[in-house]
Design a binder for this molecule. Sequence first.
Ligand SMILES: [Zn+2]
Length: 406
Amino acid sequence: MALFHNGTIVTKNSLCSDGHVVRTQGGRIVYMGPPEKDGAVTAKPMTKADAPDNESVDLQGGYLIPGFVDLHVHGGANADFMDVTPEAWSTICRAHAKHGTTSFTPTTTVARHDQHMKFLALTRAFKENSPGTRVLGAHLYGPYFAPEAKGCHPGAHVRPPTPADYEPYFEYASDISTATVAPELPGAQAFVEACLKRGIRCNAGHSYATFAQMEAAVGWGVTHVDHLFCAMSDRSRLRQTQSFPMRGGVMEATLYFDQLTTEIIADGKHMLPDLLRLAYKVKGPGRLALVTDTSRAMDMPDGAYMFGPLDGGEPVIKKDGVGLTPDGKALGSSVVGMDHCVRTFHQAVPEAGLANVIRMATLTPATILGLEQEIGSIALGKRADLVVLDRELNVRATYIGGAKVV
Ligand SMILES: [Zn+2]
């Protein structure tokens, strides 16, 4: 067990700084409240052998928060999930734990069919056993993008969803959390219906759909939209193909439909605070998740990297704290961890307040995945996935299932 004391506990709606403590046992949160009479005593290490499990953690006036949950993440520390090796996956799981992420959904890029199959097999293996951040399930992201909205993804294997392509993925249906599709593609509706039947949530993303096409997708059961403002149509984009009457696109539909949750890359590079503020105002902290969308260039020096698989990926350049296409004209994923996104959003959108910013990186993504009973907040019975932050919101320690991993 561990006893966390002497800091501010961040709960769903508030900052609790009145001396409350949190105790964990057996990988779960078992107590939150005023110090128990004998709590401080029993939490002290009794013997050396007990020490790892029987720890008194002085928060030193910092924050205790639930661990971050990242819905959209490609890699880190020079590894990409699409490298499809256990070594690459272990590297990424360890790297993101250092940034306070305790759960994530490894996210595919556009790639060959066999690379996706290997990715899904690794998802299954790492769900059982990860050396760092928990693997909740796969985010099957590429390859069903609109070709013109593929962004920095490799173009060669962008394709519409066909049963011949996706039926084999469904061998791993219980290991897939989320699947993305551009709703305007032929076969998109059948794909969404096939996913929902198997309990896989569906996102719209990398799409130049019209508002009407998005409304149809909401009717099929699409509930989430990938990285708001990135790789999506809007009124001005759609005007290039029909000058009037003007049409709304994915952006307008995402802001409009309360049924749609969304996510935002708050790295401070993809967009200025004004767009973060707009997203927060319209969607609110319960419908807007922070995501990193980070590539293998996280925790690496500036230079050239491959986005996606080493075998068939797309070159990107890490420069000035972001990923860029080699010509420097377009964005190519972020290069930061979730702790950076939390600090950025907190500074950029002061009206949100710290509890809501933390919620957007924890309980909101957990709820989007349907896992809010297990993870995402500091509450009795939930998994002891906890992060200690200092007053400047830097990660000081990360606990996953009650065990200190960083
Ligand atoms: Zn993307």
